[in-house]
Design a protein around this ligand. Structure first.
Ligand SMILES: [Zn+2]
Length: 302
């Protein structure tokens, strides 16, 4: 397999924001940023933002509710500070979520949004100390929560998951359809890294479990990673080669598996018999890299 060093078309991994060192935050620094008239505020309401002409509509600090959860996002290349204000109230009609606008925003704005969604998801389900149950306090410019009772500092969590494109000795790609997906929707194989596993062990286990495919450790090639905040994953992407000729869907998580040559993939997509993962997904990037050309939007799920 001749491959480029790493995937370059990951829609949600286009970070251009420079983070500040959160360990050095003091209340004074934080308040100064919050009152700086240059600061732009991304107002996130239940995971949605206001977008017009593929650009985020930012708020300013003075017009935004001070009782929201505020998180520092960093500084752009011309020194503009960005904050997200996390509001759990319902978004107005017409606001959009990351899945809808992720592929349309510029590099800076998608970095701001993906970070905002990820940290908002963490705050939403971590309002109480996981050690003693006391309501925790937002600290370090929104990047930690501290328990006022047992003093434990809680850091945001990210769940590691693997995702892989399987190819055979003829360079066909194996795609699978999950039980709860539409019949024509096929993608790569994925699963969470379980306690005690390396990412490569997860690749080997998941493919054996879901598709009856045997993978040798030396046939696993890392391709890149992308945050997937639905709600809190980091997807580690791989290309793997197998000698297994007759993969079998487990019938539990995966309903069907199919081998595709590039011509068969094109023919099925054009005939409307196959749809592939959305533009923002790393699965799309893995399939596209194997296919060797950009996958038309009409082949992809919205
Ligand atoms: Zn506690």
């Amino acid at each position: 397999m001749e491959l480029d060093p790493l995937l370059t078309s990951l829609v949600l991994s286009r970070s251009e924001i420079r983070r500040r060192n959160r360990e050095t935050w003091t209340d004074i620094d934080w308040e100064a940023v919050k009152t700086d008239p240059k600061t732009k505020v991304l107002l996130l309401k239940s995971g949605k933002i206001e977008v017009v002409n593929n650009q985020i509509i930012f708020s300013n600090v003075s017009s935004t509710d001070k009782d929201l959860i505020w998180v520092d996002l960093g500084i752009d290349q011309v020194g503009t500070p960005y904050l997200v204000a996390i509001d759990e109230s319902v978004a107005p009609a017409g606001w959009n979520d990351l899945r809808e606008v992720g592929a349309k925003l510029n590099d800076l704005e998608v970095a701001l949004l993906v970070t905002s969604v990820a940290i908002a998801n963490w705050h939403r389900v971590n309002k109480h100390c996981t050690n003693c149950g006391t309501a925790s306090t937002v600290t370090a410019a929104g990047w930690t929560r501290e328990c006022p009772d047992c003093k434990i500092v809680h850091h945001p969590r990210t769940d590691a998951a693997i995702i892989c494109l399987v190819v055979d000795v003829q360079d066909r790609a194996l795609l699978g359809s999950r039980i709860n997906w539409p019949d024509d929707f096929f993608s790569t194989f994925a699963g969470f890294v379980e306690p005690g596993e390396s990412a490569e062990m997860t690749v080997i286990r998941e493919l054996r479990e879901e598709a009856g495919v045997d993978i040798a450790y030396e046939d696993i090639i890392y391709r890149g990673s992308q945050v997937w905040p639905f709600p809190a994953s980091l997807m580690l992407g791989y290309r793997v080669k197998t000698n297994t000729k007759d993969p079998v869907a487990d019938g539990y998580e995966i309903s069907e598996v199919r081998w595709y040559t590039r011509n068969e993939l094109k023919a099925d997509c054009e005939a409307g018999k196959l749809s592939l993962p959305s533009k923002i997904s790393i699965a799309r990037a893995l399939i596209e890299e194997w296919y060797g050309a950009e996958l038309p939007q009409s082949w992809l799920r919205p």
